[in-house]
Design a protein around this ligand. Structure first.
Ligand code: UDP
Length: 450
């Protein structure tokens, strides 16, 4: 009978949630001796196999992958996951599937805990933002017309005094209590208050100490276990990698790293808007020409389905030889490459942490959900970014690119964050954060083995 403690990981099935969950699972497996069951949806399982080859989900001793139905058929190859449809589909199938996984088997002990972020709002919850806006700004018309956008909200526990209404997540800036996103968020928040025995955040003390303090008063015990990418670098050398593979849902273009090798240090702007956002053609056109006119070299991740439709005519010809466009890459490896001088980012949480880990300054180009508050924090609090506003025209984008690439700030602050990350993930600190969680969740009284 298996005796090692066993955790079931069930991340929300989009790239930005799968990646950190997989990182944490591997860390707990490798360093702390947990057995892991890692749950994907069937749709993502098919994508992972396409991206990584048939052996991609073979697993390893003490680490297995399982898939649950998600309502999408194999012919929906490129379908984006409809979050609300997925939510209701999982609610009917998951309890039964999970209860089977939690039982002991010949290889795995009964699960000690389920680690899950089955919501797309965890960071919003972490920032304590949810429905207060509804209560205070009841005048829908003013809100809709943007009259209140620059109003400073300086009373939110844990948040800095620099947040304006426009910096709050898009979908909670509503006075419509029936709004589906808001209802979903409220449900998840309530769930976080009452259901888990502990809540883990992908952040670190020095980055968000005030938020963490504020949240610790509202939630079950909390643990800040990040940033995870540097904790795994050395693990990536391990032979187990070959078995567990990557968590990337799209095939990575490794050749863009070779292209970066041919560029001088800190000379390339890396551009990516993550896995979900689609910029409008108008916004993308201004950013594209601003980037081109700055004269800097760039590496741009733009998904195949967006490339021809969104890139302005003539852009690729105009930038030939100094620009490279790819559909997906290993973003962490790109950010760590010495040729990269700045990151034009949509401000997804993983992207921002990866940028701080690599000491790369950001041009913040937020779209939806938590990207607005993330952008504001990066620019005003961490001082590691410059904002590219919603309505920036190409001349403004060009000036911002020149500033981030050419001037001392925010590069110096970004480098300081890299050092803080190194301290936070050093052996002493890391032991405090992950270890606390591990001790609590293991089946025995003391820490898990390893
Ligand atoms: N990513 C990647 N390759 C790319 C673009 C993105 O591996 O070409 C990864 C990136 O490293 C990050 C994740 O996709 O870990 C995106 O998560 P994030 O929270 O930044 O944004 P989201 O996709 O959730 O909007």
């Amino acid at each position: 009978m298996a005796s090692r403690p066993h955790l079931v990981f069930f991340p929300f099935p989009v790239q930005g949630h799968i990646t950190p969950a997989f990182q944490l699972a591997r860390l707990l497996h490798r360093r702390h001796g947990f057995d892991i069951t890692f749950v994907h949806t069937e749709h993502n399982r098919r994508r992972l196999l396409r991206a990584g080859g048939p052996g991609a989900l073979a697993g390893a001793p003490g680490f297995r992958f399982v898939a649950v139905p998600d309502g999408l058929s194999p012919s929906d190859e490129d379908a984006a996951q409809d979050i609300h449809a997925l939510d209701s589909s999982l609610q009917s199938t998951v309890p039964h599937l999970l209860s089977n996984l939690l039982l002991s088997s010949s290889d795995f002990a009964a699960a000690a805990a389920v680690v899950s972020d089955m919501d797309h709002c965890q960071q919003l919850i972490a920032k304590g933002l949810v429905p207060l806006i509804v209560e205070i700004y009841a005048d829908d018309e003013q809100l809709r017309n943007g009259y209140l956008d620059n109003t400073v909200i300086d009373w939110m526990p844990g948040l800095p005094k620099t947040m304006r209404l426009r910096d709050f997540p898009s979908f909670i800036r509503t006075t419509d209590r029936d709004n589906a996103d808001l209802a979903f968020t409220l449900r998840i928040m309530e769930c976080h208050r009452t259901v888990p025995s502990a809540v883990i955040f992908h952040t670190f003390e020095e980055l968000e100490s005030q938020v963490l303090n504020a949240m610790s008063a509202l939630l079950p015990p909390i643990y800040a276990v990040g940033p995870l990418p540097p904790l795994l670098e050395e693990e990536q050398q391990q032979e187990e990698d070959t078995l567990l593979g990557s968590s990337s849902l799209s095939k990575e273009d490794r050749s863009c790293l070779d292209w970066l090798d041919g560029n001088p240090p800190k000379s390339v702007v890396f551009v990516s808007v993550g896995s979900l956002v689609t910029p409008t053609k108008e916004r993308l056109t201004e950013v594209a020409w601003g980037l081109a006119n700055s004269g800097y070299h760039f590496l741009w991740v733009i998904r195949n389905d967006q490339r021809d439709e969104l890139l302005p005519p003539g852009f690729l010809a105009e930038t030939e030889g100094r620009g490279r466009v790819t559909s997906w890459c290993s973003q962490e490896a790109v950010l760590r490459h010495e040729a990269v001088g700045a990151f034009l980012t949509h401000c997804g949480w993983n992207s921002m942490l990866e940028s701080l880990c690599a000491g790369v300054p950001m041009l913040c180009w937020p779209f939806v959900v938590d990207q607005q508050p993330n952008s504001r924090l990066a620019c005003m609090e961490w001082r590691a970014g410059l904002e590219v506003s919603d309505d920036a025209v190409q001349e403004e984008v060009e000036a911002a690119v020149r500033q981030v690439m050419g001037e001392e700030e925010p590069r110096r602050s970004a480098m300081e964050w890299k050092e803080k990350v190194a301290r936070a993930t050093g052996p002493a600190n890391h032991r405090c954060t992950v270890h606390g969680f591990v001790t609590r969740e293991s089946t025995g009284e003391s820490a898990a083995p390893g």
